[in-house]
Design a protein around this ligand. Structure first.
Ligand code: ZN
Length: 157
């Protein structure tokens, strides 16, 4: 293990001898550094491979699209269930509304779980395709909720 670490430290030093790289934490120029620790902020450094396919932006947008909607629909479902339990008034017509919000919550949870299930396939496509999928999820969730809101409003008015 120590041998491997020393080997990695030597590779890092050899690379920094030629490369003009900033510290990933504080931005200090590490050119010529001979240790695996930033002299400015003391953060430990390591040499690694990266891929633009692993950028978190598109993934975050897709997850947040489903998670925000799930959070909203879930909270409304719970509030309606509490209101129904406290005041079972027929004026509320709550069962249809509670069921509808519960179904929307389940759909958003399904989308979120599907996204997590497909995480390995997600990083195999280009960042451009990832952004297209993420924006599609965002728009679909938004349009789905707009349609749901209009249908609910038309039913309850
Ligand atoms: Zn630093």
């Amino acid at each position: 293990m120590h041998g491997t670490r020393r080997h990695h430290d030597r590779l890092l030093a050899a690379w920094l001898a030629r490369a003009d790289a900033p510290c990933p934490v504080c931005g200090y120029c590490l050119h010529g550094l001979r240790t695996a620790r930033c002299p400015e902020c003391a953060t430990p450094l390591q040499l690694s491979l990266a891929s633009s396919n692993l950028r978190k932006g598109p993934w975050t947008l897709a997850v947040v699209s489903f998670a925000l909607a799930l959070g909203f629909d879930g909270v409304v479902t719970v509030l309606l269930l509490v209101a129904l339990a406290l005041s079972p008034s027929p004026r509320l017509q709550p069962f249809g509304v509670v069921t509808a919000f519960g179904a929307m919550s389940a759909a958003c949870l399904g989308g979120l779980l599907l996204l997590i299930h497909c995480a390995k396939a997600w990083v195999r496509v280009t960042p451009r395709a990832q952004w297209a999928r993420a924006w599609a999820a965002f728009v679909l969730v938004g349009l789905g909720h707009a349609a749901f809101g209009i249908a609910l409003w038309a039913t309850l008015k």
